[in-house]
Write a new protein. Structure first.
Length: 498
């Protein structure tokens, strides 16, 4: 329609210019005529451009090109949940991070099933109670002071210190998304020791430990590596780095040292103070096998942990972007490599593929990849997971030789493999091997783990002296379900446990 109008206007304007009366018009009229002709040409060009644009919009290749440009623009925005992102991308980040946190919460169920299965039936309720307590204690203590100690404005890089009343933040503040994701991490670090110390630890003593670890030990040592992560979610809250990340560039993406190393170090301190279960070692100090009562539970629990680990690692990106894909692949690959290698390793030396060794190999591989899953390739993830599987298996033999009773193998899996995974950042970084980076990673991991071990050792000793940490031999024989909780896990069944 516009083109037709132009085709009519232009000839009419020119025809008017040729009339006898028009020839006598002044120069002003000629200028006006030229202006009209110019406007008509501009209108014609505009119509042609609009037609060309309509044709390009209908072109599938043009549409794909524009979508790629838009996606590239989104990927270039660096600040997680930051103000420079479009609102739709922020909403995707919020939803993904909360979903990942729910997956990590699911790991509590995995730990609970695994620990129940590896314990004897007379202690099943006691183990379940401790796993429920872990998340409950962590939620409360982390809200009251742990979150601020970990992510508040740093005091010389050692501890966060700011307004502890974080509950005063607005209901739609992004900081609640971050808090939820972090509180389930605190619960994970807390629950690691419960399995290692199972079947001989007083419930009230463990309660005190759970509150202090999740509210003080984990946040303070975690601040050294993750202090800066709390910035950008709420104005004037946090954002200053801990001393390890600030001075050395220490990298622990999802917590091989911060979560698993601290939990494993605390477990090591706990089993040293509480002692071994009666009957675990004979009079000559040789270890005895005290079988758990439900190995299928152990397998179910391990698989649930594996699923939750995708939220644990990929959720640590704190944004719903393409980067979560490779992180999930690395997580899956490392767990699989740890599974296969640990199974074959034990098969070769003992002549049988052992289910418990195989499952702990899975967990060792998952712990090993946690620190480096964002900076290594899947090929490197195979090697990292395989070595972690061997460490988890060999570490259990070492504990038996030095007469330390770890019911679920928490120390080899979480502490030993956690240190290995942190060092692997320097060994297998996709930017290339750097000896300096390896040194930083080893130093940072040992600083966190040794520090947490020392504090936890003192804590357990104080609990043992003033409250009591170990139940009596008679209570162990009767089972903690009855002596601590006055219940029986399987009242309709008769067991043959000694």
């Amino acid at each position: 329609m516009k083109a037709a109008i132009c085709q009519i206007l232009i000839p009419l304007i020119l025809f008017g210019a040729l009339l006898p009366g028009a020839a006598q018009e002044s120069d002003v009229d000629l200028k006006r005529l030229n202006m009209l002709i110019e406007q008509a040409n501009i209108m014609k060009e505009k119509i042609e451009l609009e037609k060309e644009a309509e044709q390009r919009l209908d072109d599938p290749e043009f549409q794909k090109k524009k979508l790629k440009e838009f996606d590239a623009k989104l990927q270039s925005l660096e600040s997680p949940l930051g103000e420079d992102k479009p609102q739709i991308q922020k909403n995707i980040d919020y939803v993904w991070t909360v979903t990942a946190g729910i997956l990590v919460m699911l790991m509590q169920l995995g730990f609970c099933m695994l620990e129940i299965g590896l314990s004897r039936s007379r202690n099943a309720i006691n183990v379940a109670m401790k796993n429920v307590l872990d998340f409950s204690a962590a939620s409360l203590s982390f809200l009251l002071f742990g979150f601020t100690f970990m992510f508040g404005t740093s005091e010389a890089g050692w501890i966060g210190a700011q307004d502890f009343a974080i509950w005063n933040f607005d209901g739609d503040s992004p900081i609640w998304t971050f808090f939820f994701f972090q509180v389930v991490f605190a619960a994970t670090a807390c629950t690691i020791a419960s399995g290692a110390m199972a079947e001989r630890t007083k419930f009230i003593g463990y309660m005190v430990y759970a509150v202090i670890l999740s509210g003080l030990i984990y946040p303070i040592f975690g601040h050294w590596a993750w202090g800066s992560l709390g910035g950008g979610f709420e104005a004037d809250f946090g954002g200053s780095p801990g001393w390890l990340e600030d001075q050395f560039g220490f990298h622990d993406f999802a917590g091989s040292s911060v979560v698993h190393g601290i939990g494993g170090a605390s477990a090591l301190a706990g089993i040293m103070i509480v002692g071994a279960r009666i009957g675990k070692f004979d009079k000559d100090g040789n270890p005895r096998y005290l079988p758990g009562h439900n190995l299928p539970f152990v397998a179910f629990g391990t698989l649930i942990l594996w699923v939750g680990w995708f939220g644990f690692n990929a959720g640590s990106l704190v944004e719903g972007s393409a980067g979560i894909g490779r992180i999930c692949v690395n997580t899956a690959i490392a767990g699989a490599a740890g599974c296969v290698v640990s199974m074959c390793y034990f098969w070769i030396i003992r002549g049988v593929p052992n289910i418990l060794v195989t499952l702990n190999g899975v967990l060792g591989g998952l712990v090993g990849i946690t620190a480096c899953c964002d900076v290594v390739t899947p090929a490197s993830a195979v090697v990292i997971g395989a070595i972690a599987g061997i460490i988890a298996t060999g570490g259990a033999f070492v504990l038996d030789r030095i007469k330390l009773d770890d019911v679920v193998g928490a120390v080899p899996v979480h502490l030993f493999c956690g240190i290995w995974g942190t060092v692997a950042v320097g060994l297998f970084h996709e930017d290339g091997f750097k000896l300096e980076r390896v040194g930083v990673q080893l130093f940072g991991s040992l600083a966190i783990c040794v520090g947490a071990f020392a504090v936890a050792l003192v804590l357990f000793k104080v609990i043992d002296v003033f409250i009591g940490l170990r139940v009596s031999d008679e209570e162990q024989e009767d089972g903690l379900d009855f002596t601590e909780h006055s219940v029986n896990s399987y009242p309709d069944f008769q067991t043959t446990e000694n």
